[in-house]
Design a protein around this ligand. Structure first.
Ligand code: SF4
Length: 238
């Protein structure tokens, strides 16, 4: 990931399709962008690698996911065909660094079966499905909760949805934009409003960017114990 400050062009690219901040989260987004610059997310080379990462990262640190992804790469399994042909038992061994291998191997194999049955094994075909149809389909699969479904929709398939994760939950509740017991849908609605743009592609780009920036501020400042001193979002505290 880059850590340099954004160029003027990058700032203008965001501003050009983005109305003036009319809500706190949009203003916070601008502040994060000014502090950290545009991010390069998700850390993966292909849409299918994004999907594998979305399953593997559940309840697991990304460092462990990277080891599993490296194992999958070494075994030539970072493809739909690779996962289609490997047995579930063998897959468990390859993804062992990520933990919860019984559940994760089963979920990954089921996802590929679903892809084969509904979209002829084609992620391109799946991406063309409407969000309104595809999101419930994904949520009906074992091992796919809202965060995993939305990460697949946004980062692998380019759908304009916002991904809510623990970092986002921490930031918006500590800034009292929502209460601590807010539902995933309420959190997502807040994020969706902040990324709403003039086109589907722009909205997806802002969804990608805002989520990545929230993860960055979460890693640097807003962990289990907040370190507000020097945080780009400190001026927005209530
Ligand atoms: S560390 Fe403090 S200022 Fe920064 S996002 Fe968290 S609560 Fe806000």
């Amino acid at each position: 990931m880059r850590s340099s400050l954004p160029t003027i062009t990058e700032k203008m690219a965001v501003a050009s399709n983005f109305p003036e901040p009319d809500q706190p989260l949009r203003a916070m987004y601008s502040a994060l962008l000014a502090a950290y610059g545009t991010r390069q997310w998700w850390p993966a080379d292909t849409p299918f690698e994004v999907i594998l990462g979305a399953f593997l990262t559940q309840a697991t640190a990304w460092r462990s996911v990277e080891r599993s992804i490296a194992n999958l790469r070494a075994a030539g399994l970072l493809t739909v065909e690779g996962i289609r042909t490997i047995t579930e038992e063998a897959l468990r061994k390859v993804i062992r660094p990520s933990g919860f291998v019984m559940r994760k191997a089963a979920s990954i194999k089921t996802f590929v079966r679903f892809l084969d049955e509904h979209y002829c094994g084609s992620l391109e075909q799946m991406a063309k499905q409407t969000t309104a149809v595809l999101r419930p389909q994904l949520l009906a699969l074992p091992g796919v909760g809202p965060e995993t479904a939305d990460a697949i929709l946004l980062y692998a398939l380019g759908h304009p949805v916002f991904v809510v994760d623990e970092y986002f939950r921490r930031v918006v509740t500590r800034h009292e934009l929502l209460s601590a017991n807010a539902r995933y849908a309420d959190m997502q609605s807040l994020g969706d409003r902040a990324i709403a743009s003039t086109t589907r592609e722009e909205t997806a780009r802002h969804g990608n960017e805002l989520h990545a920036l929230i993860v960055e501020v979460g890693k640097q400042h807003c962990g289990t114990v907040p370190r507000c001193e020097g945080c780009p979002l400190q001026p927005f505290l209530p």
